[in-house]
Design a protein around this ligand. Structure first.
Ligand SMILES: Nc1ncnc2c1ncn2[C@@H]1O[C@H](COP(=O)(O)OP(=O)(O)OP(=O)(O)O)[C@@H](O)[C@H]1O
Ligand SMILES: [Mg+2]
Length: 367
């Protein structure tokens, strides 16, 4: 069993840099956990502490049932794949992959069998006699993964393994690693700053900011129910649209009044937002929850807003509209065939059952 558990884990670097602050995280056996967040939020430091490459300032780390705070990296039964692959340039692929096993004095036939098996899984058998400089970025990445697989560790740690690859290769390797997880059935902790990688690969994702886990959960759940404005803006592409405005009451109904546009809240949100009446809040709506009124048959009049279309970007499968209320700009993702006139007014419809409200001071989710 290879569950990993972090309890109140902190890391302070000299100069009082609190890189990781009281992180509590339980990774289940065979789970694919993704740590995601902007640069400098403490992802690599967290991973390096799990690997034993960095001391823990306070707190505890358990692998399986064993507390490993003082266990050296080589005895943790963990394999780590780094962003820069760190292959030995003078060794062949086969030698690179078998290096760790030779250090451990495994029998020769066992080493050969494990290298062959890993090369087969990764589709790099024909490259075994080449040197790293004779490989493409994607192939080098595979070798680095292969070197981790041959060790048959209890836990795999990946630190931004795809960030040196071009966009197409990244998508391909993303699927490969996903398949590998299904095949190997081991625990994986994967670090990335790319929210698409996080969403598509993780069984669960931990969204980090400033050394703290902001939200932990199933990717879709985090997308649909972000706990605060940071998570709402970080997860999803294009990011969620935000507007500042007031909650007002007209004829017993609650509205969000942005100054130029005004939309009616659904009844379900009334209870939670009641405290914010006549106060400013942050309104959030995802680009896919905004529709061109031309394509909506029965739009409730209170959800229609008049905006100026400044630019549109055809993406192939859809079109991004850059819209302006006169106070705020925001993006709508609409059907690929939509071609509104630029610099003219148009009506769009907000799906008010999908919107979010955040407290203006704390930026925590209200509803
Ligand atoms: N050896 C070190 N000494 C001092 N500060 C450090 C050290 N290593 C990291 N830090 C600081 O700790 C914080 C977290 O760094 P970390 O490398 O964990 O970030 P990250 O989330 O992996 O970022 P990135 O996405 O850029 O790789 C940063 O502010 C960084 O400057
Ligand atoms: Mg990092």
């Amino acid at each position: 069993m290879a569950q990993v558990s972090l309890r109140n884990v902190c890391k302070t670097f000299p100069g009082n840099v609190n890189a990781v602050n009281k992180v509590n995280l339980g990774i289940e056996n065979k789970e694919f956990m993704v740590l995601v967040g902007p640069s400098g939020c403490g992802k690599s430091t967290t991973l390096r502490m799990i690997a034993g490459l960095e001391d823990i300032s306070s707190g505890d780390i358990f692998i399986g049932d064993k507390r490993v705070n003082e266990v050296p990296a080589k005895d943790r039964d963990i394999a780590m794949v780094f962003q820069n692959y760190a292959l030995y340039p003078h060794m062949t692929v086969e030698e690179n992959m078998s290096f760790g096993l030779r250090l451990r004095h495994l029998p020769k036939h066992e080493i050969r069998q494990r290298v062959n098996e890993a090369a087969e899984i990764l589709g790099i058998k024909r490259l075994l006699n080449r040197k790293p400089r004779e490989l493409s970025g994607g192939e080098r990445q595979r070798v680095a993964v292969g070197r981790a697989i041959v060790r048959k560790p209890m836990v795999f740690l990946f630190d931004e393994p795809l960030s040196n690859l071009d966009a197409k290769m990244r998508v391909q390797m993303r699927t490969e690693i996903h398949k590998l997880h299904i095949r190997l059935q081991t625990t994986i902790i994967y670090v990335t700053h790319d929210q698409v990688e996080a969403m598509t690969m993780g069984d669960r994702i931990a969204v980090m900011k400033d050394g703290v886990i902001s939200q932990l959960g199933d990717p879709i759940d985090v997308y649909d129910h972000p706990k605060n404005k940071f998570v709402a803006s970080f997860i999803g592409s294009p990011p969620m649209n935000f507007m500042v405005g007031k909650i007002i009451k007209k004829e017993g109904k609650l509205y969000f009044d942005e100054g130029k546009i005004c939309v009616k809240l659904v009844e379900d949100m009334h209870k939670k937002i009641a405290n914010y009446l006549d106060r400013e809040v942050i309104f959030g709506i995802r680009s896919e929850d905004i529709y061109d009124k031309l394509f909506v048959s029965q739009a409730p009049p209170e959800n229609i807003v008049r905006v100026n279309c400044e630019v549109f970007e055809p993406m192939g499968s859809e079109v991004y509209l850059y819209l302006n209320t006169g106070k705020h700009t925001f993006i709508a993702r609409v059907s690929a065939h939509d071609r509104p006139k630029v610099n003219q007014e148009m009506d769009v419809v907000f799906d008010m059952s999908k919107v979010h409200f955040f407290d203006k001071n704390t930026e925590e989710t209200i509803c």
